[in-house]
Design a protein around this ligand. Sequence first.
Ligand code: DAT
Ligand code: MG
Length: 144
Amino acid sequence: MLLKPDAVQRGLVGEIVRRFEDRGLKLVAMKMLRVSRSLAESYYAEHKGKAFFEPLMAYISSGPVVAMVLEGDGSVALVRTMMGKTNAAEAEPGTIRGDYGLTIGRNVIHGSDGPESAKREIGFFFKPDELHEYRRIDEAWLRE
Ligand code: DAT
Ligand code: MG
């Protein structure tokens, strides 16, 4: 997932990471970087040609982002649920977008929409040796 430039500028990084950590998802990689125009275009290639593509490119490359990889049972779907609807205006309170976002064009966070896209997107930001394998001390208490 990515904490988008508005999340960084608004000081929401810690709060959002805390939600995932509290839920029991394991943080296995994290990095702050500036997304270049060309990286943004490849990353969001599926949206090329759509009306919101140019504003999306400008937004995502407008400041540093924080990229991270979270691991855990059903983590891809769980992260999407915790993020809330794409349009923050419609996102349920209690979700990240529903608590911190107001519009679709500044919706705070990106999360992969499936295991295949997760694999692809992780490759944009991390080398294999930047993904860490370790045990959290509470792992035994997160599942039966
Ligand atoms: P998500 O980020 O929930 O996976 P998406 O992949 O459909 O949503 O779109 C990627 C981003 O593009 C989204 O976070 C915000 C922007 N976007 C999508 N649909 C839009 C629309 N109809 N108008 C403006 N921006 C939009
Ligand atoms: Mg998407």
